[in-house]
Design a protein around this ligand. Structure first.
Ligand SMILES: NC(=O)C1=CN([C@@H]2O[C@H](COP(=O)(O)OP(=O)(O)OC[C@H]3O[C@@H](n4cnc5c(N)ncnc54)[C@H](OP(=O)(O)O)[C@@H]3O)[C@@H](O)[C@H]2O)C=CC1
Ligand SMILES: CC(C)(CO)C(=O)C(=O)O
Length: 299
């Protein structure tokens, strides 16, 4: 399959490396220096087993040619999506997979009226060390679901990608899949970022855990979750499994980057308003994260 990957960040590099093993991959980046770096060094992945390299074709996003891919995997952050889709009208007709955390990207996708859309929930952990190196910190799987249109052949080709360190699995219910990840990110990311603690501390410290459970009550009410216990246990378990990780939001704040707070709590607050449900705790956390971003020179 011909796969186009947009964005050479942590996830874009990770997907490029693993998918290159079985597919034809073109990685689209926007900076000249990153293009040169990848052309010179290839892509390097570091995981528990060592350092691995591969070479992929790399192009500027401005060099996109129509019908160049069977599947476009969009690996930019949620807050970068709108301007990408505005600039790249030509990808609108192509089967595309969006892997952003949170659920706010669905509103953006809806506005652009794309034809064949898959959404994904990435359970890997990764961060970019430099323009061509990604550290694969946690091996999980990528869940895929159909959002608009359906081309089972494309999904099957990904599901059949056989590397045990990079599995895909198809799920029927896109909403349940995204909500499950949203609950995890809503409970873990803002609290760890504000408290400056590793994920496991939210369970170990009884005061933080109390807040974690109160946040869950608010999130669950907004999302109207049926099987509350299942969602709560899932989030608690991820916290334990990633006990020594720093959440992506904590890392973003520390590095002075914009966070994905709008995609996570911003989405939930908008839902709460729409449903006329009170959400004082997550609203406070939302503003505290926005405040921290401002303090560090962001928006
Ligand atoms: N990292 C992780 O472990 C996980 C991430 N995710 C999700 O994956 C998404 C991507 O995350 P991550 O890879 O960490 O983020 P990064 O910030 O590392 O990567 C985003 C990349 O997109 C590039 N980009 C932005 N706009 C454009 C554009 N118009 N054209 C071309 N490239 C563009 C950026 O380029 P530049 O470098 O030039 O700014 C950057 O390299 C997020 O939404 C996140 O929620 C989900 C699960 C785990
Ligand atoms: C699962 C978790 C919370 C792991 O840190 C994550 O997805 C993130 O940090 O964004």
């Amino acid at each position: 399959m011909r796969v186009a990957i947009i964005g050479g960040g942590a996830i874009g590099l990770l997907f490029s490396y693993y998918l290159k093993q079985e597919h034809s991959v073109v990685l689209y980046v926007r900076s000249h220096s990153q293009k040169m770096e990848i052309e010179a060094n290839g892509i390097t992945v570091r995981n528990q087993e060592g350092l691995f390299h591969t070479y992929v074709q790399v192009k500027f996003i401005s060099e996109w040619e129509e019908d160049e891919a069977d599947l476009v995997i969009v690996c930019v952050k949620q807050y970068q999506l709108e301007s990408l889709l505005k600039d790249m009208e030509f990808i609108h007709g192509q089967p595309s997979l969006f892997i952003q955390n949170g659920m706010a990207h669905l509103n953006i996708i809806d506005r652009f009226k794309l034809n064949h859309v898959y959404v994904g929930s990435v359970e890997h952990g990764a961060y970019r060390e430099n323009g061509h190196t990604v550290i694969h910190t946690g091996i999980g799987e990528t869940k895929l679901a159909c959002y608009q249109g359906r081309n089972q052949k494309i999904v099957n080709e990904l599901v059949q990608t056989s590397n045990p360190s990079f599995r895909f699995c198809f799920v029927d219910d896109y909403k349940g899949m995204l909500q499950k990840k949203l609950v995890v990110n809503a409970l873990i990311n803002p609290l760890t970022a504000l408290l400056n603690v590793e994920n496991g501390m939210l369970i170990d410290n009884p005061h933080y855990y109390q807040t974690f459970t109160e946040m869950f009550t608010e999130v669950s009410t907004i999302l109207g979750l049926d099987d509350e216990q299942l969602y709560f246990e899932h989030a608690r378990q991820i916290c334990l499994n990633t006990a020594h990780n720093q959440s992506s939001m904590l890392k973003d704040l520390e590095a002075g980057r914009e966070t994905e707070i709008e995609a996570i709590l911003g989405y939930l607050i908008a839902e709460a308003k729409r449903l006329q449900v009170e959400a004082p705790l997550i609203t406070a956390l939302f503003h505290l994260i926005k405040g921290k971003q401002l303090e560090r020179g962001g928006k």
